[in-house]
Design a protein around this ligand. Structure first.
Ligand SMILES: [Zn+2]
Length: 414
């Protein structure tokens, strides 16, 4: 079973974690709260007494199950909202959602962060978006690159031409709210911890296919960031060192260079399947071109099916088998803008994955998730929630989120 709250030791963290959990999952009994937060029922009883007295939590009518009837607890009134931002090479996507992950507002704007004054302009775009929302707990930011720590938010992201960029500090000062910055795939893995597979698994891998090939690793309920926030870069596994494909980091024949969207389009051209879409086109055009190949494959083009998509699935399966052998996850979750074509990748992936696994792990399950572009930003927003549950995140920013949650629950914001 997943136990993402195991580091919640100090009882001073329990009230905010309880408010956060009721916001994420809805009404819960005291017994369910104690089990989920891994604290004693005595702690839950005393904390809920305080929260009820402060009018932040209310008791609902009794429910009758097995054993003694129990009165579930629920949040009283406004429980705050969270904001998420995904920075992509050619656009930014923003969402505002409830604590339960329900999206209220979303917006995508074309934008290049690497241009002169790019970070200032991005800050203005985000400010216009969040200004309409008075009761925000904070902002989570997902970027395609490495981040020193979510609270400091210093970014190195060659794909959007950012080097030692102080994204976290800049946004936090201009917006005046807590900001957490994380690698975009890591943010998706943390969102799974709050809302998805991570609620029942402690060690799992989130893989993304699309523009690049990404991986987020949660090991024993902890996001594995590595020494520099660079862990999980499965896209740079060397697969075909003799290939003439080179990724933006300069690797010849790494997984990204071969089966990221540019690589896939270059492969199609090499096979003589080209419809004219170039591998240097903006990501939306690339994904559209790949989708056209997918439609041709589904309507009977066996060559595209086998030599493009199954070929890509095969390479992905080989790399993922290596990673599964190394980390032994309970499950895999597949996401990313390439998911609409997953039916075509899957046969190649399935064969290569199973063939490459240790016999004892040959049946490792995977879940192919549905996808839309707002999911990146929603994943980033989950960084804010996650800070309520984890003592290892209890820095300045997490404290600020806890304090805003109390203010909002007391009705002092909205
Ligand atoms: Zn590479």
């Amino acid at each position: 079973m997943g136990n993402q709250f195991k580091s919640l030791g100090a009882s001073s963290l329990v009230p905010a974690a309880m408010l956060g959990l009721l916001g994420v999952r809805g009404a819960m009994t005291r017994a369910e709260l104690a089990a989920s937060l891994h604290v004693s029922s005595a702690t839950i009883t005393s904390v809920s007494k305080q929260l009820i007295a402060r009018n932040m939590v209310t008791e609902l009518d009794e429910i009758y199950g097995e054993g003694r009837p129990a009165r579930p607890l629920a949040l009283n009134g406004n429980n705050g909202r969270i904001a998420g931002l995904k920075i992509a090479p050619s656009h930014v996507t923003m969402v505002i959602s409830g604590l339960d992950g329900k999206v209220f507002t979303q917006n995508t704007e074309p934008f290049h962060v690497a241009e002169d004054g790019g970070i200032d302009e991005m800050t203005r775009i985000v400010q216009r978006f969040v200004d309409k929302e008075p009761s925000l707990l904070g902002l989570g930011v997902g970027i395609p690159g490495a981040v020193d720590s979510p609270e400091r938010g210093v970014v190195n992201a060659p794909s959007i031409q950012l080097r030692n960029a102080r994204i976290g500090e800049t946004l936090q000062q201009r917006l005046g709210m807590p900001v957490f910055v994380e690698n975009d795939v890591n943010a998706l893995a943390i969102a799974e911890q709050v809302y998805g597979a991570g609620r029942s698994c402690s060690t799992y891998m989130v893989l993304t296919i699309g523009r690049g090939i990404g991986c987020g690793l949660v090991i024993n309920d902890e996001m594995h960031r590595g020494a520099n926030g660079d862990a999980g870069e499965i896209g740079h596994f060397p697969m075909q060192p003799d290939s003439d494909r080179i990724c933006p980091d300069g690797h010849r024949g790494c997984l990204d260079s071969l089966i990221g969207s540019s690589g896939l389009l270059a492969r199609a051209r090499e096979l003589g399947l080209s419809q004219g879409a170039v591998s240097e086109a903006p990501i939306d055009e690339q994904m559209e071109a790949i989708d056209e190949y997918a439609q041709r494959a589904r309507s009977g083009n066996a060559r595209i099916r086998a030599d493009l998509f199954e070929w890509a699935g095969d390479l992905l399966g080989k790399a993922v088998a290596g990673a599964v052998n190394l980390f032994d996850p309970e499950t895999l979750v597949l996401l990313g803008e390439g998911m609409p074509q997953w039916d075509l990748w899957e046969p190649g992936f399935e064969r290569a994955l199973r063939a490459g696994l240790m016999e004892s792990r040959r049946s490792v399950p995977y879940l192919a998730g549905s996808w839309d572009e707002s999911r990146w930003a929603l994943g980033a927003a989950a960084l804010v929630i996650s800070s309520l549950f984890n003592r290892s995140d209890s820095g300045r920013m997490s404290k600020a989120v806890r304090s805003r949650l109390s203010q909002i629950a007391l009705g002092k914001y909205a």
